[in-house]
Write a protein that binds this ligand. Structure first.
Ligand code: ATP
Ligand code: FE
Length: 326
């Protein structure tokens, strides 16, 4: 078995997964959403303190598996350095005390492997990663073969939901609140479709966000209409740019991963696209869309099979990492 730890942002999670079968044996997550909600976003110092409390709590619950462990998988990049460090410290302590090799896992690759929990890999696949910190189109052809088609110039898709929710005084995280509120609203606010005249495949959310700010300040619109109009345009931008990439690369398989892949309007828009362009569409199970250690264990198994081990002395936290361009 492999034990995995995730602490890159505001979720503390530990999982245990069987290496051969990819079966999830143990999985627990403690979220900090309530604690950060009153600040309208994640406060790094508070987050790291909460990880320091939650990690040992969860660890004692999976002590019975310690004798069966072959490795420890740990998210070491990308994310908040002070919170990544909390998980990394626990991984190092486990490695030293139980004499286990460490496997360093990229959190974004973890999001891709949320698709394959208790399943085999699907490849090749085009992946739309929509999370709190990233908005990327990737070509995935195995853990060592991932390239970036497009990324965002400014805010991420999830972050724009968080910022709009904050402007409307709706707390954090914004995604689920905005999605819910939008159900009651009408699309009456005129918002710009970003980069529509640029020939490139890339994302930008700052323009929509600023247009939403002006709409709120005008006092002419109801909150639910702002939410509905914003969500529609934000998703339209994803579809617009994904279409360009799909026409260029003609993928047979397409997946949406990351916290915002929970959005049902987003999913239904891509279902339409899958019919138009005839590809198979995949998303993670709802419970694995947001951050979790099960996806880290699953990616960890792939690296374990390639014997990609790292000594605790060499394990470092990397707040930012880049993919090679396609
Ligand atoms: P990253 O993975 O880029 O490091 P993160 O781990 O903080 O960032 P995730 O936990 O993967 O991000 O996703 C959280 C983000 O997803 C938040 O910005 C949240 O608002 C957004 N989100 C969650 N549910 C929805 C939804 N239903 N609609 C839109 N956005 C959503
Ligand atoms: Fe994430």
């Amino acid at each position: 078995m492999i034990l995995a730890i995730e602490s890159s942002c505001d979720d503390t999670s530990i999982s245990v997964m069987e290496i051969e079968t990819k079966k999830l044996i143990f999985h627990k997550k403690i979220s900090q959403e309530v604690e950060h909600s009153k600040y309208g976003g994640v406060v790094p110092e508070l987050a790291s303190r909460l990880h320091a409390e939650a990690l040992p709590k969860i660890l004692t619950e999976c002590k019975s598996y310690f004798d069966n462990l072959k490795a420890v998988a740990i998210t070491n990049a990308p994310g908040l350095s002070v919170t990544l460090q909390e998980g990394v410290m626990v991984a190092k302590a486990l490695s030293i005390s139980l004499n286990l090799p460490i496997i360093a896992v990229n959190h974004l690759i973890g999001h891709i492997y949320s698709l394959f929990i208790e399943k085999e890999e699907i490849k090749p696949m085009m992946v739309l990663l929509v999370s709190g910190g990233h908005t990327k189109l990737l070509n995935f052809n195995g853990i060592d073969n991932i390239c970036e088609i497009a990324t965002t110039l400014d805010d991420s898709f999830g972050e724009s939901f968080d910022k709009v929710a904050k402007m409307l005084g709706l707390g954090y995280p914004g995604g689920p609140v905005i999605e819910n509120l939008a159900k009651k609203g009408e699309i009456v606010v005129d918002l710009p479709l970003p980069l529509k005249n640029s020939p490139d495949i890339k994302f930008s959310y700052s323009g929509i966000k600023n247009a939403v700010r002006l709409a709120i300040e005008s006092g002419n619109y109801k909150n639910e209409d702002i939410a509905a109009s914003f969500q529609k345009k934000a998703i339209e931008h994803l579809v617009f740019m994904s279409k360009r990439a799909i026409k260029k690369y003609r993928p047979k398989n397409f997946a949406i991963v990351g916290g915002a892949s929970a959005n049902l309007v987003l999913r239904s828009e891509f279902e339409k696209l899958s019919e138009e362009f005839n590809f198979n569409l995949y998303y993670p199970d709802m419970k694995f869309t947001s951050d979790n250690a099960a996806m880290i264990a699953r990616a960890g198994i792939e690296l374990y099979n390639k014997k990609r081990f790292i000594n605790y002395k060499d394990l470092k936290v990397m707040p930012r990492v880049e993919f090679k361009k396609c």
